[in-house]
Design a protein around this ligand. Structure first.
Ligand code: ZN
Length: 498
């Protein structure tokens, strides 16, 4: 290894250590922090994020980059590493340190305000914070690229190379496919899932969650499970991946599938290993939010809602839940795949899920183009819900206050969720080609087989390939919405018998 690369890695590792300390503060805020400590925590987070930023923009990083980029013979790993560091360095050096700390402080406060507003169903509590966060996001976009359209600049932060026009075109196809499949489903009798709403205590649900983590291959000596209002996964170190879930007493499926979902995120993080020499660097980080989401959705829906998976595990869940003794496997599998337009994104079935993302994408686009003011968001949200789902929103907690992302300052993040579904279906399609007896393996409880495929084709690479390169390498072509549409149509033709 060239000695300049070694120096760059040393600086990068210090940045990663600080970033993980920041993640620990954030994890603690969402799980255990006493309410009165919120303001103090915002200061702590602002200070640490300021230090992370300082590390990322050290002049030495710029000097090393410039020297190395002129080097005549760079190894592929070195080239990829320089590309990743360059992208990050160019972005971070455009941001004034005061701005970075201000963004950290305001979003930490906004998250606490959002949680209160959601709990008490009071949009007015959150509105002033949201105003600030939006203003800061517009400034962020302007710092990074004053000539770009703000929403394009923000989208690119989450999915390198993506633009509003590009995503809009993919979403138009996804929407047409979804509505076609939905109308076929709605022409058939609805499946019965009433038994999933029989009360199951949080204790029992917690035991089920721990069981499911084992079932998908979550290494418990490298992570843990806790409960929160809005489930997420966070990485505190190479061997410390925290997942979270929530227990709704009269909806067992919610915690089961959010636990499998977050485990899918964790499995990705646990499997990143582009090269031991780059451990603890940004090359050993996930390549994009959409690829991340493809992993959680693949485990949650393609594996976790398949009959093959439950052949192996259903009897155990029946025993642990204590409420499903009179429900046979087929009825259970139908119930966990019930499709019905609904208000809450995180509880949505996989057919209508994309419509929730289109709703947020269209609103974010208007907000960033100054066409939608904060005070008008609830009304715009409700109108779009009516248009896309045919549903009335009874209160803002079930509407525009349901998601944490805007309070975190994450404008441009939502499209990753839908793109994740599309990537997942494309990986799933290829996985079936490469492993013809995949279903039989799952029936035998061998989730290690799909995990090994994902490790080899997706996880291990970290950020070595860009997202579009990664999908091409794994499946032979660029991202195509057609695999997701085919997957849904095949699956739901069987579930609903159309
Ligand atoms: Zn996710």
């Amino acid at each position: 290894m060239k000695k300049e690369i070694a120096s760059l890695i040393e600086l990068d590792r210090q940045r990663t250590l600080l970033a993980h300390i920041d993640a620990l503060l954030g994890w603690d805020q969402e799980t255990y922090l006493p309410k009165s400590a919120v303001d103090e925590r915002a200061e702590q987070i602002a200070l640490i994020q300021g230090l992370v930023h300082e590390k990322a923009v050290e002049p030495r990083v710029g000097q090393l980059l410039s020297a190395l980029e002129k080097h005549p013979d760079l190894e592929p790993l070195e080239k990829a590493y320089l590309r990743v560091i360059r992208r990050e360095y160019d972005k971070e050096t455009k941001l004034p340190p005061d701005f970075v700390m201000e963004l950290a402080r305001q979003t930490s406060l906004a998250q606490a305000a959002w949680a209160d507003a959601r709990r008490t169903n009071d949009f007015a509590l959150f509105a002033p914070h949201l105003e600030k966060v939006i203003e800061l996001n517009k400034r962020l976009a302007n710092y990074i690229n004053p000539h770009g359209r703000p929403y394009d600049v923000l989208l690119d932060l989450y999915e390198e190379g993506s633009t509003e026009a590009g995503i809009a075109a993919i979403f138009a196809q996804m929407k047409a496919d979804t509505l076609k499949i939905l109308s076929k489903i709605q022409s058939r009798p609805q499946v019965d899932d009433s038994f999933l709403h029989r009360p199951v205590s949080a204790d029992r649900q917690a035991r089920i969650s721990l069981y499911l983590m084992d079932a998908v291959g979550f290494e418990k000596d490298k992570g843990r499970l806790d409960t929160v209002a809005h489930p997420f996964t966070t990485t505190l170190g190479k061997s410390d991946i925290r997942i979270t879930t929530r227990y709704i007493e009269d909806f067992l499926a919610s915690s089961m599938f959010s636990t499998i979902h977050e485990s899918g995120h964790a499995l990705y993080e646990m499997g990143i290993d582009p090269d031991p020499e780059y451990s603890g660097t940004r090359l050993a980080e996930p390549v994009s939010m959409a690829i991340h989401e493809s992993q959680s959705r693949l485990w949650e829906n393609m594996i976790g809602r398949s009959k093959a998976f439950w052949e192996r595990h259903y009897a155990k869940i029946q025993e642990m839940a204590g409420t499903l003794d009179d429900v046979d496997l087929d009825s259970f599998v139908l119930a966990i795949n019930k499709v019905e337009p609904s208000l809450i994104r995180t509880e949505a079935d996989e057919v209508t899920y994309g419509l929730h993302i289109i709703l947020r994408f269209e609103l974010e686009s208007s907000i960033m183009a100054d066409k939608l003011a904060v005070k008008d968001i609830p009304e715009a949200w409700n109108a779009k819900t009516k248009e896309l789902f045919g549903l009335d929103v009874p209160n803002n907690s079930s509407g525009c206050l349901q998601d944490i992302h805007w309070s975190m300052g994450s404008f441009g993040y939502f499209p990753s969720y839908a793109l994740g579904n599309l990537y997942a279906a494309q990986f799933w399609h290829q996985m079936h080609k490469d492993i013809p007896d995949l279903e039989a393996q799952l029936t035998a409880g061998k989730t290690s087989v799909p995990l090994a495929w994902l490790r080899k084709n997706v996880h291990c690479h970290g950020s070595f390939y860009k997202p579009d390169e990664l999908v091409k390498k794994a499946t032979g072509e660029g991202l195509s919405p057609r695999y997701f549409a085919e997957y849904l149509d095949n699956k739901y033709a069987a579930v609903y018998g159309y």
